[in-house]
Ligand binder design. Structure first.
Ligand SMILES: NC(=O)c1ccc[n+]([C@@H]2O[C@H](COP(=O)([O-])OP(=O)(O)OC[C@H]3O[C@@H](n4cnc5c(N)ncnc54)[C@H](O)[C@@H]3O)[C@@H](O)[C@H]2O)c1
Length: 404
């Protein structure tokens, strides 16, 4: 077999923070791990990876000089970090592709998949991929505690998705209870884990999670995140297409919340700097805000965004794992407890560290255009209502007994 150099550029760096500096690639030694994905002989490859699966370009080119052979089989052993991730709702439309993407991450040693049904087959299927993460399945409430023990990051895509004609808020009645129950179990079994909430309406489910954790006496606002990464992913894609830029180069911060007009892409802060006409700003903003509905309508009753959401969620998990692994230059947008505005929760760019949110980045809200400033004021009442609805949902119920 010809020797090769594989160069993967880190797609999510462009999407991620270039707030002050470009996020550094992970220090994880990818070569051995990634070569094992394809059963390629590592001795015949030079692999220059800066990420595992977020590439916008993959190049395989012949290498002229031979690569020295590895000395012992020890070098071929997988070198995954010992980080454990649980996905709750792992049998669903988001959960399954998310499981696959996470199974490919060399940062994950253990991948716990939980659902109320159909997760055994998903786990059996994924476990055949020859990547290092060990996959385990957990079905139903009786197995939830074991799923969560010792886990570093819990991702929650459990719940029902939208159908055409529904808003995210229409999901509240079902998903609020699901998120409440699952977060109670997180509080009882892995209270120090990072919690990534995907289940909609995120503008309410994150305050629900916060209230549950407060009732359980283990709320750490630095570790609770509403996943809004998909809004950033969409903004970057649409702007790159509109301005004919390379996808990897584009970084648009998206602030506010995760529903309709509460999603506010700050196009004036796009990196690299690009000018937009008023019409372009209006059209792009509305498209980014309605992108979820675009998918819901295209799927015509068969669910909402699952594949792009899995990609976005995997990116956010990988960023969290890199932060936990000691990378000091990790930035993402997320819906978190915040003092940036008068609202108690707000999506903005945050700096991630070993203990969660290390800093909330305020610069993006300085020097807004008139359009953005007006849109920011316009979103506040709706976002406030959604946050209060979530808080009231938990406060009006009795605290649940421990589920250990
Ligand atoms: N944050 C975002 O950007 C974003 C984007 C898209 C979808 N979503 C939301 O993600 C959620 C899931 O979407 P989907 O398309 O994967 O839905 P889906 O119906 O395909 O999958 C949901 C899964 O959750 C499971 N589930 C239900 N109740 C559960 C419980 N109590 N415990 C554990 N698992 C449970 C179901 O069995 C199912 O496997 C929806 O609420 C959707 O609105 C969020």
């Amino acid at each position: 077999m010809a020797s090769a150099t594989i160069t993967m550029s880190m797609g999510f760096v462009g999407a991620q923070s270039r707030f002050t500096t470009r996020s550094k690639p992970s220090s994880i030694p990818f070569a051995t791990t990634c070569s094992s994905f394809n059963r390629l002989n590592p001795s015949s490859l030079t692999i220059d990876f800066t990420s595992t699966f977020f590439s916008s370009s993959l190049q395989i080119t012949p290498v002229k000089k031979p690569v020295p052979k590895l000395k012992s089989a020890k070098h071929l052993a997988p070198q995954a970090s010992a980080l454990k991730v649980a996905v709750l709702g792992a049998g669903g439309g988001i959960g399954q592709p998310l499981g696959l993407l996470l199974k490919m991450s060399p940062l994950i040693s253990d991948l716990h998949l939980y659902d109320i049904a159909n997760v055994k087959g998903v786990a059996a299927d994924l476990s055949h991929c020859n990547t290092p993460a060990h996959v385990a399945d957990f079905t139903g409430p009786a197995e939830l505690a074991n799923c969560l023990k010792g886990v570093d990051v819990v991702v929650i895509p459990a719940g029902v998705p939208r159908k055409p004609g529904m808003t995210r808020d229409d999901l509240f009645n079902i998903n609020a209870n699901i998120v409440k129950t699952l977060v109670e179990a997180v509080a009882d079994n892995c209270p120090e884990a990072f919690i990534h909430i995907i289940s909609n309406p995120v503008n309410s489910t994150v305050p629900i999670a916060a209230e549950v954790l407060k009732q359980k006496g283990c709320y750490d606002p630095k570790r609770l995140f509403g996943v809004t990464t998909l809004d950033v992913v969409r903004a970057n894609t649409f702007v790159a297409q509109n301005k004919k830029l390379r996808l990897i180069d584009v970084d648009v911060p998206v602030v506010g919340g995760h529903a309709g007009i509460t999603i506010l892409p700050l196009l004036s802060k796009t990196k690299p700097f690009v000018g937009f006409t008023d019409q372009e700003v209006e059209e792009l903003t509305v498209r980014i805000q309605n992108a979820g509905t675009e998918v819901v309508e295209a799927k015509a009753g068969a669910g909402s965004a699952t594949l792009s959401m899995a990609y976005a969620a995997a990116r956010f998990v990988e960023s969290s794992l890199r932060a936990l692994d000691g990378d000091s230059e990790v930035y993402e947008c997320a819906f978190v407890q915040s003092e940036l505005t008068e609202l108690p929760f707000f999506a903005s760019r945050v700096k991630l560290g070993k203990s969660g949110v290390e800093a909330i980045i305020s610069d993006d809200l300085q020097g807004l255009t008139e359009y953005e400033a007006k849109a920011l004021e316009a979103l506040k009442p709706e976002l406030k209502d959604s946050i209060e609805k979530g808080i009231a949902f938990v406060q009006n119920q009795k605290p649940a007994p421990a589920s250990v």
